[in-house]
Write a protein that binds this ligand. Structure first.
Ligand code: ATP
Ligand code: MG
Length: 492
């Protein structure tokens, strides 16, 4: 099967998201689409998914001009899309999500639950996902939910598979597993469109690399000829550096957080570590290792069963995030859509949420002062938005992530929990974010960092705690540890 897009243009009020782009997908080939945040990647995917009608241009499927008016028409053309923001139904089981809408029926026309679970198990096993089909989706981590999305796509007979940043929240091992699956599907003749900000994986799987910049098609190069420098230059229009490893030379500050024997049954056991001002402690581990759960418990977002938490030497038991915030703690959550953003509200409002008191006097928001803070972060993080009054929902995924981060930084916390802070953020912006974190840490901020991107974790952390299945598998007390050492400990 061959899908060719030509001269596709799509505008939203005020933004030309796609400006005369082309794209070429072919059976048995992986085309990787790359570009900075807001370049138009998700928009072109939504065009192929039948979610957006282009303003102009044509889609040819096997030579025939085809109009995809809605998602159903896209599915009828055997196109499956895994969107950047997951679309599972949180309240029902994994199996029900996989077969959503077309559940296998038994002889009696009643839902054959057993058959459905077995079939779901089979598909999950095929992609190496160790997930119980009976689990309720909301109880799964983002990474696990990602795997369920893939299983869902594979439950149908498909010819084109489109993945929008599928590994953004997966650990190295899980991501490698996914890449293996994608390659396998390609070998079975499926045409794959793959979007990612992780260039290493792009080079590992791409037959072709297509680059968009500011809604425009910049070019398409064969995977084996492409070099990282060349691709980055096409993406950003300038040269960009690598993640540099930090070497913070400093005297030890005050201990701001101490965690002793923290346990939450079924989630994590006997977690002990501490955090000093002016340092970054990285929590490494695979999806399901308990990293997010620990951070949420420390933040008062979830309860725990035993153990103690000391903040600035005082024992604390937060019942609610508001308690933690009052102690100068802030969290950038893993899932920006459900935990991080107030959708339907402006970029400005979202950034100001944590500092309303600070920018108010006598209960009135000081508009000018508040606007200045927002504009400062918009510039520092290069948040791409028509205006700060724009609904945050209409920003691209990576730019939404920057808004969540800006809100936390604006609060000027003493302790910052970062759960996948650069998820879905492009190479250039990632550097900016690393610089901001680094600066804040030099000004004595203490950071607890969770990142599936092992290179990011190594680059930013002064010390690393490795988790495996809810327990501490080991600690590295300096940053000179290698990627391989951490992975080995996390995966065993
Ligand atoms: N529904 C919408 N309403 C208004 N503007 C939109 C809408 N969807 C996308 N845009 C704008 O179109 C541009 C392209 O967005 P898109 O989501 O395609 O970027 P992307 O390349 O996927 O970025 P990222 O890497 O951050 O996911 C952005 O400027 C975005 O703000
Ligand atoms: Mg996107």
């Amino acid at each position: 099967m061959e899908v060719i897009l030509k001269h596709i243009t799509k505008s939203f009020s005020g933004t030309k998201a796609l400006d005369d782009v082309e794209l070429h997908l072919k059976g048995g080939e992986i085309n990787c689409l790359v570009g900075e945040n807001g370049a138009g990647k998700s928009t072109v995917i939504k065009v192929l998914a039948g979610a957006h009608m282009p303003d102009s241009g044509e889609i040819r499927i096997d030579g025939k001009i085809t109009v995809l008016r809605n998602p159903r028409e896209s599915q009828m053309n055997k196109i499956a899309v895994i969107h950047q923001e997951l679309l599972l139904v949180p309240e029902v089981s994994v199996a029900e999500n996989i077969f959503l809408g077309d559940w296998p029926k038994g002889k009696t026309h009643f839902l054959d639950r057993k058959g459905m679970n077995e079939k779901a198990s089979g598909i999950l096993a095929r992609i190496g996902a160790n997930i119980n089909p009976r689990s309720i989706v909301s109880s799964l981590s983002t990474g696990e939910q990602q795997l369920v999305e893939i299983a869902k796509a594979l439950s149908k007979d498909i010819k084109v598979l489109i993945l929008d940043e599928p590994t953004a929240s997966l650990s190295e091992v899980d991501a490698n597993n996914l890449l293996r699956i994608v390659k396998e599907l390609k070998n079975q003749g499926i045409a794959v469109l793959y979007v990612s900000h992780r260039l290493e994986e792009v080079f590992a799987i791409a037959d072709k690399v297509t680059v968009f910049r500011d809604g425009k098609y910049i070019g398409c190069v064969p995977g084996q000829d492409a070099t990282k420098d060349e691709i980055v230059k096409m993406m950003v229009g300038r040269e960009a550096g690598n993640i540099e490893v930090r070497h913070r030379v400093k005297e030890k500050g005050k201990k701001v957080l101490e965690v002793n024997h923290l346990t939450s049954r079924g989630m994590f056991q006997d977690i002990s570590f501490d955090l000093y001002e002016g340092e970054v402690v990285g929590l490494a581990g695979l999806v399901g290792a308990g990293r997010t759960e620990i951070v949420r418990a420390l933040y008062g977002a979830d309860t725990y069963d035993s153990g103690e938490i000391l903040v600035n030497g005082k024992r604390r038991n937060f019942h609610h995030p508001a308690d933690a915030i009052r102690e100068g703690i802030s969290l950038v959550p893993e899932d920006r859509k459900t935990q991080g953003l107030v959708l339907g509200q402006s970029v400005e409002h979202n950034i100001q949420l944590g500092i309303l008191k600070k920018i108010s006097s006598y209960g009135m928001i000081q508009k000018k002062q508040g606007r200045a803070v927002v504009e400062d972060y918009r510039d520092k993080l290069r948040i791409k938005t028509v205006s700060v009054e724009t609904d945050v929902n209409s920003l691209s995924g990576g730019n939404q992530q920057k808004v969540v981060l800006a809100r936390s930084l604006a609060m000027d916390p003493r302790i910052l929990f970062l759960d996948e802070p650069t998820r879905g953020v492009d190479v250039g912006a990632r550097e900016e974010i690393h610089k901001l974190i680094d600066e804040a840490v030099k000004n004595r901020l203490a950071v607890l960092l969770v990142s599936s991107d092992i290179l990011e974790l190594l680059a930013l952390s002064d010390r690393i705690v490795v988790l495996r299945e809810g327990q501490i598998a080991g600690k590295f007390n300096d940053h000179k540890v290698s990627k391989e050492e951490v992975i080995k400990l996390a995966a065993n």
